[in-house]
Design a binder for this molecule. Structure first.
Ligand SMILES: Nc1ncnc2c1ncn2[C@@H]1O[C@H](COP(=O)(O)OP(=O)(O)O)[C@@H](O)[C@H]1O
Ligand SMILES: O=P(O)(O)OC[C@H](O)CO
Length: 717
């Protein structure tokens, strides 16, 4: 084959460029949950010219906690950039051909750092981290009816551990260095896009502290209408605006790289959260178009144009993109699924059922024709949309003596498809119009079996994108548009799906299977009990009683005996590590008429032993106030679930208005009347409460009123 070379374009020593036309290049930094990638595109082209990626170190210091090293992200970016740029020379390009950079990133993951030293003050708290369970409860306690949707009208989001405001609050409450930096006015907060851009543009030496509307819309601090930090939300979560980045559009020139790295001098002109970026990459830029990205999690975004649709079925309202400072924001409804590909890694790493995620899931699950009625709900960190149940936990149900690992692996794949159907059902209800086809992307979509199952279980064609990585492409387009090298119109012609999977099932089959899935979901709800979160969050010393189901009254006399018993044991070292000693300790408790039990001092060996073994072995721990002499474990779970339904506004019994209404006046009141904990110069907590005069007590606080003066009430060391 003869290759025609355009000598005008080729410098001595260079290899020919693709199509013999040398185009400007657009670089993308894509920080995902598990990997950092640098991709380089030719402008107006969806093919990757060069790419390099590195895996990140996953740190799970406790159950449910997911941390990342912010400095590793920056180091990986440097290495990936060097490696990707090195590939360019073989293609007749050089670094100088990169005219601009776009940044796309895992959303919600939160970093706190010192603006003068650039040091991270804590590892990044991952989007899927649920350490903030108790922070959520504390915030819910402040809002009427503990309604998790109370802030949805302003922010588009429910109050959930998923979003950054909760992570920021946790950092301020739990990390001394963060509190100190806040007091010294050195604290900067940001999602990963902000951290990366601040570092690229100079860090402590003039780095710019910015984010874009898509990332900001995932913090629970941005007002969806003003597209700015909402003063009420900032006060409710106790986050000072000075710590937060400036919110910019998704497509404009923000500045240039000034970090001495290989990228130095290149301008940055696009930022998009990775799911919004995939929406653009999939060319779903008209209202009514939707895409689903299957990676560790799975995220279905439905473009609603410039209209902000308020979901009443558990979806989020989020900013899809804003293509320039003067362009209008385009919004989307989002269904977020916490665990999709993550379940495959669980099968590989935890259950050891497979060795290679990509090969084995498709091959092994394909050896059976169905799951044999097995359902797998991978609610490892609770369930996101449309349920928003942080108390859900993973289950595999329907096991029989015929079940094999093939059925379980197939059930894990189907779980991704059923969760997608959950989202589509909610979207149909919110938008009133069923989706006619589903555009898909993400690494998992290379699994043909999964794609066919998806079409079969949702009953609409599934259109797989040409490349799995639409997230990187999306931000390349918006960065290219603002740099004047990419026209979205021209690019649209390239945006065709590679494969289509058509449904092969009947409506009845599909619906019967889906009904069973919902039964499985029901069974996963309410599983995480208070006992569990105590173990996970390290909250200490609460009074619990071990409950025997035949046991009835706890008289005042019994209580006082139990207290004496508890007092006498509080500081003694108890060994709970053997069955015998646990049995003895329980027998002793029984001797004291199964009364209240005081936890030993936190940090003592007895305490550690108790946490270690009680979670697994003790019959049941529930708070004293909730005792019900008649109850069985199942009754207790039912009670717990019914209560949560109401708390979370998911029940049928509460009126709809109650679930979505946000009353500005009462938010103001909540903030005004909420005692706040601040810290003195020695880092001792001081509780301050608003000063109330008698005449204040019955008066509603008006919206535009300045905060009341605070009075120091007590010192707690
Ligand atoms: N062929 C496949 N079949 C099923 N699951 C897959 C396949 N390929 C990748 N996965 C899963 O998809 C996810 C891919 O995620 P990836 O895009 O690498 O990272 P991120 O965590 O940054 O989203 C992983 O959790 C992996 O288990
Ligand atoms: O990196 P991913 O694909 O896991 O994306 C995570 C999402 O942005 C979380 O909202």
């Amino acid at each position: 084959m003869t290759m025609i070379i355009d000598t005008m374009l080729i410098l001595e020593g260079d290899m020919p460029v693709k199509d013999d036309i040398k185009r400007p290049l657009v670089g993308v930094i894509d920080d995902g949950t598990k990997t950092v990638r640098v991709v380089i595109y030719e402008a107006e082209r969806s093919d990757e010219l060069a790419a390099y990626q590195l895996d990140k170190t996953e740190v799970q210091p406790q159950e449910g906690w997911w941390e990342q090293d912010p400095l590793e992200i920056i180091d990986h970016i440097k290495i990936c950039s060097e490696q990707a740029i090195a590939q360019l020379s073989e293609l007749g390009y050089s670094k100088e051909d990169i005219v601009t950079l776009g940044i796309t990133n895992q959303r919600e993951t939160t970093i706190a750092w010192d603006k003068y030293t650039g040091e991270p003050l804590h590892p990044a708290i991952g989007w899927n981290d649920i350490r903030t369970d108790s922070t959520v409860d504390a915030i819910l306690a402040k809002v009427p009816d503990r309604n998790k949707n109370y802030l949805k009208n302003i922010s588009g989001l429910p109050i959930s551990p998923y979003f950054s405001a909760l992570k920021m609050r946790w950092l301020k409450d739990n990390v001394k260095a963060v509190r100190k930096a806040s007091r010294d006015k050195r604290l900067l907060f940001g999602t990963v896009d902000s951290w990366i851009i601040w570092n690229l543009t100079g860090g402590p030496h003039g780095g710019i502290h910015i984010t874009d509307v898509t990332n900001a819309s995932r913090t629970l601090l941005m007002n969806l209408e003003t597209l700015n930090w909402d003063p009420m939300l900032c006060r409710l979560f106790g986050i000072h605006r000075d710590c937060l980045p400036q919110i910019r559009s998704s497509s404009e020139v923000y500045g240039s790289v000034k970090d001495g790295s290989i990228l130095d001098g290149i301008r940055i002109s696009g930022i998009l959260g990775n799911q919004q970026s995939a929406l653009v990459g999939q060319n779903c830029m008209l209202a009514g178009q939707a895409k689903n990205t299957y990676r560790s999690g799975c995220f279905l975004l439905y473009n609603t144009g410039t209209r902000r649709v308020q979901s009443t079925h558990g979806l989020l309202t989020t900013v899809a993109y804003k293509l320039g400072p003067n362009s209008p924001a385009v919004y989307a409804l989002e269904g977020s699924i916490a665990v999709a590909g993550g379940a495959m890694k669980f099968l590989r790493d935890n259950l050891k059922l497979i060795k290679d995620v990509a090969k084995d899931t498709e091959h092994i699950a394909g050896q059976v024709f169905s799951t044999g009625d097995v359902y797998f709900v991978p609610a490892f960190n609770g369930l996101y949309a449309p349920y928003w149940r942080k108390d859900a936990r993973g289950i595999i149900c329907g096991l029989t003596s015929f079940t094999t690992k093939n059925h379980i692996i197939r059930a894990a794949l189907e779980a991704v498809c059923f969760q997608t159907r959950d989202i589509l059902e909610a979207m149909n209800k919110d938008c009133g119009m069923p989706l006619s086809k589903l555009h898909v992307d993400g690494k998992m979509t290379s699994n043909d079996l999964l794609m066919q199952l998806q079409a079969d279980l949702v009953g609409i064609p599934v259109l797989r994108a040409q490349s799995w990585d639409m997230s990187a492409l999306g931000v390349a387009i918006v960065a290219g548009i603002s740099a004047g090298v990419w026209s979205s119109e021209k690019w649209r012609q390239h945006a065709t799906a590679a494969d289509t999977f058509l449904p092969t099932t009947t409506d009845d089959d599909r619906d019967a299977r889906y009904t069973k899935w919902k039964m499985a979901v029901q069974r996963s709800l309410g599983w995480a009990t208070t006992k569990k979160s105590i173990t996970m969050t390290g909250q200490a010393k609460r009074k619990y009683s071990t409950v025997s189901h035949q046991n009835s009254e706890i008289s005042a006399e019994a209580n006082s005996s139990a207290e004496n018993f508890a007092d006498s044991r509080k500081n003694s070292v108890v060994d709970y590590s053997t069955d015998e000693s646990r049995k003895n300790s329980l027998a002793q408790l029984d001797d004291f008429k199964r009364g209240s039990f005081e936890y030993p001092d936190e940090g003592s060996r007895a305490y550690e032993e108790l946490l270690k073994y009680s979670a697994r072995k003790f019959s049941l721990f529930i708070p004293l106030q909730s005792q019900n002499p008649e109850q069985t474990i199942l009754d207790d779970a039912d009670y717990f679930m019914a209560k949560k339904e109401c708390d979370y506004g998911m029940c049928q019994c509460c009126p709809v208005e109650k679930k979505v209404l946000t009353n500005w006046q009462s938010i103001e009141e909540i903030i005004e009347n909420d005692p706040e904990i601040i810290f003195d110069s020695d880092d001792n907590p001081i509780i301050v409460e608003p000063v109330h005069s008698d005449s204040d007590r019955n008066r509603r606080v008006s919206v535009d009123k300045h905060p009341k003066p605070y009075e120091k009430v007590s010192n707690q060391s």
